[in-house]
Design a protein around this ligand. Sequence first.
Ligand code: ADP
Ligand code: MG
Length: 323
Amino acid sequence: MEVEIRGVTKSFDGTTALHPLNLTITSGSFTTLLGPSGCGKTTLLRLIAGLEQPDAGSIAIGGKAVCDIGKRIFLQPQQRDLGMVFQDFALWPHMTVYENVAFGLKARGRRKETAEQVAEAIEAVRLKGFEKRYPHQLSGGQQQRVAFARAIAARSGLILFDEPLSALDALLRDEMRDELVQMVRKLGLTAVYVTHDQTEAMSMSDSIIVMQQGKVLQSGRPEEIYHYPDHHFAAQFVGRSNWVEPEVKMVRPEKVRWSKEAGDVGFEGIVQRVSYMGDRYEVAVKLHNGAVWTAYHSDRVALGLPVSLFVAERHIHTLGQKQ
Ligand code: ADP
Ligand code: MG
């Protein structure tokens, strides 16, 4: 279920939400749209779903045009072969688990095989035995699984997620991350996942698309985006960056050493702040050139201490350069 987006634009009342956008989402991948609030993630997802119409461009799902403004093609959401999971789960409070999942199928105009498909979806999310419960009788994680069951019941090959874990508490969120990815893989689905949370994006995705102000800045594997960001914004957004030259060269904190090895570049500074993180200390060092770097240490380091930090040349990344 490849998704192809070509020249898609969208404005609301004269404000541009998406600049001309070209993207290919690989079939069978778990692809995440990552970016700050307001950058256009939801808009893009709603365009794929057919909940919104673009001003220009075309979208194809699994090789089939679901929208082509030039050719006046526009398929309604229920005519597109996809499922969607929203941030607030959007479950009907007056319907049971079974009815909520079945409703998803009815809304798509499918009557045949409903009972079997509902049962299969409920089993896939491990909620067998909960069919007669109402949403308020379920935990947040279980409600999330109902929303997922509803999205997969029609056996569509493509599933869209809009910040589906943001309403859950931190511990449950970690658990559900793994669970969602596993369920998506097991069912062989193509997933497009929206989040503003870089940890979520890094841990769940095969591919990350970094967005800023209605544009795609960079796309690639999580490791590529993290180690070889193309842009200052992407570098900052996916983790802490130590700038060797502002806007040009950076080092990730875990590559910084406290003692020199052959060929290392050295940086002098003063310890400015020390934060205990449980598994390590995060140390902020103000360099003589004014930049503040982050480095990690297994022991507490004294405030105000003059220190030298070292980095292997190969770990200094120049923005926009593949290594
Ligand atoms: P994100 O999901 O990344 O937070 P959105 O796609 O929701 O961002 O929004 C992108 C931009 O489009 C924002 O500036 C937002 O205010 C605007 N926008 C989104 N939907 C509408 C709408 N229905 N009417 C007017 N403006 C909208
Ligand atoms: Mg959004």
